[in-house]
Design a protein around this ligand. Structure first.
Ligand code: ADP
Ligand code: MG
Length: 397
């Protein structure tokens, strides 16, 4: 934890360059989900209260180094002003920000136009970063979700000015450190979702650091099939049977207990309310050619709940079944509610991340009770894979 926070900086009269992630979904010129905008409010308010002037740096979509009018941050400005309860002035160009129009000079909060309009941003160009540095006295990174990219506004700039983490970055890093860097033990994880192939590095890192790994979802099929099970038309990746065996061997060596499904909800079609049955699963299982495992079965859920009871810390990435269609959300929902209950009881620290994971936990009504829910997607995964995130490293983290 080498990084500084806003508490360590003297902000009075200072121009604070704040990297934020307000890359929100927009339809017909309106922001349809302002979650990311609301999450940066504490940082901006804090800077204002401490007498600083926030100058926000943000990207929007992928303009690829060119000015694309459809990707102007102008569309986000009203939602940003509403969330901050303040007027925000958009500096349409770097030149405007540098010269400072009267409006920009008078503004409480300045928003620099889409930083990815400049090719120097994604190139992490030192000259471009130097130009950005000229706009401020202090750098504050509040965009953990962009920290896995070494871009000028996330990496090079941090090395040119006194730098600190914003409140959201601070919360995210603290939660992730509490979950994996120095967790209260025993610490376990649920890793589910569709495919082993997208989560190899995650699994390899986790088995070497955790006491327990619950493997669920489609990827559990690959593990069972690697051990000899014939799972019909279940989602499975034959090219990764070797990987699955390697991960089991690594877990064994590292003393990480791996929990695989012992039963599943099996159907012949993936449709709402499809006919389904509970089938016991193991290396000897042979399903019909048109059957597929779509969710964890009741015995598996009981084993998972028992395992949770022995943990102090739980990390969750990936649903335990094809939760989008009932009843194949049953296993994920039951396990999520158990984790939520243990967290409410003060018995568990629970940290979750991943696009579908967050959707599944919301569907289970469990998300609010989790200790921390990361909305950072790619950055969350890379952190859990044990990778150094350039944007965090540049803060001294
Ligand atoms: P996240 O976005 O949280 O990282 P993933 O993208 O890895 O999660 O996985 C989510 C997807 O995995 C969901 O669309 C879900 O339907 C699918 N999935 C989970 N279990 C199964 C299964 N048994 N068969 C098919 N798909 C599954
Ligand atoms: Mg996903």
């Amino acid at each position: 934890m080498g990084w500084k926070t806003l508490d360590d900086m003297d902000l009075r009269g200072k121009r604070v360059l704040v990297r934020v992630d307000i890359n929100v979904p927009v339809e017909n010129g309106r922001v349809t989900d302002d979650t990311r905008i609301r999450r940066i409010v504490p940082t901006v308010h804090d800077i204002l209260e401490k007498g600083g002037k926030p100058i926000l740096l943000a990207h929007f979509g992928r303009p690829k180094g060119k000015r694309v009018q459809d990707l102007s941050l102008l569309v986000v400005k009203p939602a940003l002003e509403a969330a901050l309860a303040r007027k925000v002035v958009l500096a349409e160009t770097l030149e405007a920000a540098e010269t400072g129009t009267d409006e920009i000079k008078a503004a409480d909060v300045v928003l620099l136009e889409n930083i990815r309009f400049y090719p120097g941003e994604t190139a992490n160009d030192p000259d471009f970063a130097q130009r950005l540095a000229g706009l401020g006295d202090i750098y504050c990174n509040d965009a953990f979700s962009a920290a896995h990219r070494a871009h000028a506004s996330t990496e090079a700039l941090a090395r040119l000015l006194p730098a600190c983490a914003g409140r959201l970055m601070q919360a995210e890093l603290s939660a992730l450190e509490a979950a994996l860097a120095k967790p209260e033990r025993p610490v376990g994880a649920v890793v589910g979702g569709a495919k082993v192939s997208t989560k190899i590095e995650l699994l390899e890192n986790l088995v070497n650091r955790l006491d327990l790994l619950v493997i669920g979802g489609g990827m559990a099929n690959t593990f069972l099939a690697a051990m000899g099970a014939q799972l019909g038309k279940s989602l499975s990746e034959p090219n990764f049977y070797g990987t699955a065996k390697d991960i089991m061997a690594q877990a064994d060596k590292a003393g990480c207990r791996v929990l695989l499904p012992v039963d599943g909800l099996v159907a012949r079609e993936f449709a709402a309310g499809a006919d389904h049955e509970v089938i016991q699963l193991g290396p000897d299982t042979v399903l019909d050619i048109d059957q597929m495992v779509l969710d964890a079965g009741p015995n598996t859920v009981e084993l998972v709940k028992d395992a949770f009871a022995g943990l102090k810390t739980l990390i969750w990435n990936g649903p335990m079944g094809a939760f989008e269609i009932a009843p194949f959300d049953t296993g994920t929902v039951a396990a999520a509610q158990e984790a939520a209950q243990l967290t409410r009881d003060g018995a568990l620290i629970s940290v979750a991340g991943g696009g579908d994971t967050v959707a599944a936990l919301n569907q289970a009504g469990a998300a609010d009770d989790f200790t921390y829910i990361s909305t950072a997607g790619g950055a969350f995964l890379e952190w859990m894979e044990g990778k150094t995130l350039p944007g965090v490293a540049a803060l001294g983290g």
